[in-house]
Structure formats: C-alpha cells, structure tokens
Design a protein around this ligand. Sequence first.
Ligand SMILES: NC(=O)c1ccc[n+]([C@@H]2O[C@H](COP(=O)([O-])OP(=O)(O)OC[C@H]3O[C@@H](n4cnc5c(N)ncnc54)[C@H](OP(=O)(O)O)[C@@H]3O)[C@@H](O)[C@H]2O)c1
Length: 225
Amino acid sequence: MKIGLIGTGNMSRSLGILWAEQGHEVFWGSRDPNRAKSVAEFAGHNTQSGTNDEAAEFGEVIFYSVRGVMPSAILSSTESLSGKVILDCNNRDIPEGFAYGPLMAESLAEELAADIPNAHVIKAFNTMAQEVFELSPQPLKEHQVSAYVCGDHPAARQTAMTLASEIGFNPIDCGPLRSARLLESLGDFIRFMIGGMKLGPYATLSVNVLPSASERRLGGRQPSS
Ligand SMILES: NC(=O)c1ccc[n+]([C@@H]2O[C@H](COP(=O)([O-])OP(=O)(O)OC[C@H]3O[C@@H](n4cnc5c(N)ncnc54)[C@H](OP(=O)(O)O)[C@@H]3O)[C@@H](O)[C@H]2O)c1
C-alpha cells in the first residue's frame, strides 16, 4: 500500500517507519522537505520524502498528524485527497492542569472531514503515546492493546484496522466518525492517566471482554425502574 504522511513529527515518523518495515511504500511530506529527507534517511526501507503536496499525491492512505490545522490551509489543493483514506491521530491541546471541560460538541476528526468532504476520514491511533509504538510489533502484540478506529466509510475503516493489526495492535471497530467524539475524549483520558495521574507513557486503554458468569447469584440484570 502507498502511504503518504503529512508532517514529520513523533507520530508520523513512528508510524511511517513501522509501516515501511511491514513492506508498505512510505512517503513523508513536510513544510520543509529537508526535514522530511532526514526522516526518510533515518527510516531507510526505500522510504521517500518531499513536500506535503507530494505526500498527498503519493498516498492511497494519508496519515494526518497536524493538530488543528486543516488540509485546505496546508495543501495547494485538497483534490489530491479525494477518495483516499485519511488517518487522523490528533488530539486537542492539553488544558492547563488537565482541567478538561465538557465533551466537545464536534470532534477534530469531524472538522477534518468537513474540510475534505471527498475523502474518507478515519480516527485512529490517538489513544496511545508514541512510546507504545516503540514496542511494536513485538512485544506489543502479546499485550493486546486496543486500537480504536471509527469512520463513515466501512472499507476505509477496514484498511485502518488492517494497518493497526499489522503493527501489533488489536483493532476495535467503533463505527461511524461521530464516535470520534468519544475517542478524542479517550485520548484526553489516557493523557490524564499518563501525565496527570503519573502512570507514564506506557499506560494503555484496552477493551477486555470477560467470559460471562456461569451463575447469576446476584439476581442478574433486572429492568430499570
Ligand atoms: N506524541 C504522542 O504520543 C501522540 C499520541 C497520540 C496522538 N497524538 C496526537 O498526534 C498529533 C501529532 O502529535 P506529534 O507528537 O506527532 O506532534 P509533533 O511531533 O509536533 O508533529 C506534528 C507535525 O505536524 C507538522 N505541523 C505542525 N504544525 C503545522 C502547521 N501549522 N502547518 C503544517 N504542518 C504542521 C510538523 O511537521 P513538519 O514540521 O515536518 O511540517 C510537525 O512535526 C497531535 O494532535 C497529538 O495530539 C500524539
């Protein structure tokens, strides 16, 4: 698969290297092509680099790691993103003292989708810290860390889940893009656990489905009054 990454920061560098190791064709784009070139040289695996426009043209899948700045402000035209899978890993700024407000009415991912309505925006990879990717794909796989994925296009969602699985995560299908409101809140929660509660960057949030109880000695679930 051809993967274009916009931005050369921590998440983009980490995921690009991991996908290149899995045999994907990877191209980093940057505001400064020299920065993208350094990342590609560091990564090896025949990875390529250039401008953000070139990365957008190159990828069938685009990894979008620019927080709060929309593609229409970065690319000379967003036409190059039409019909493509856009993976959005962004979370909002951490408020001072981890004093989070109420649930956002709209997610960053929905904002992104409104900016590029002809693309298939998927929320993914926003609930684990960069350090977790350093464990990928082994020994990460043994820990069954959930990678939550949502988006309105089922095939695009499947692509994201496959890409997550290849690098050692346990993909969890969270349905339509609207669920990004919850996933971004989860992104806030894990950062609160990591920084606010000082669990550190290897803290993760995974779904764990238990075996059902063999007997209902507590009376089982009754209809609520
Ligand atoms: N780091 C984590 O552990 C982590 C985990 C989960 C989710 N996230 C989320 O993922 C996103 C990226 O995080 P990160 O740690 O990778 O950040 P980062 O290291 O700062 O990388 C972001 C990249 O975006 C590009 N960029 C920044 N401002 C821009 C602008 N105004 N116009 C165009 N490009 C711009 C830059 O690339 P160029 O300089 O090459 O253009 C920059 O390196 C954030 O929303 C963050 O909340 C981060």
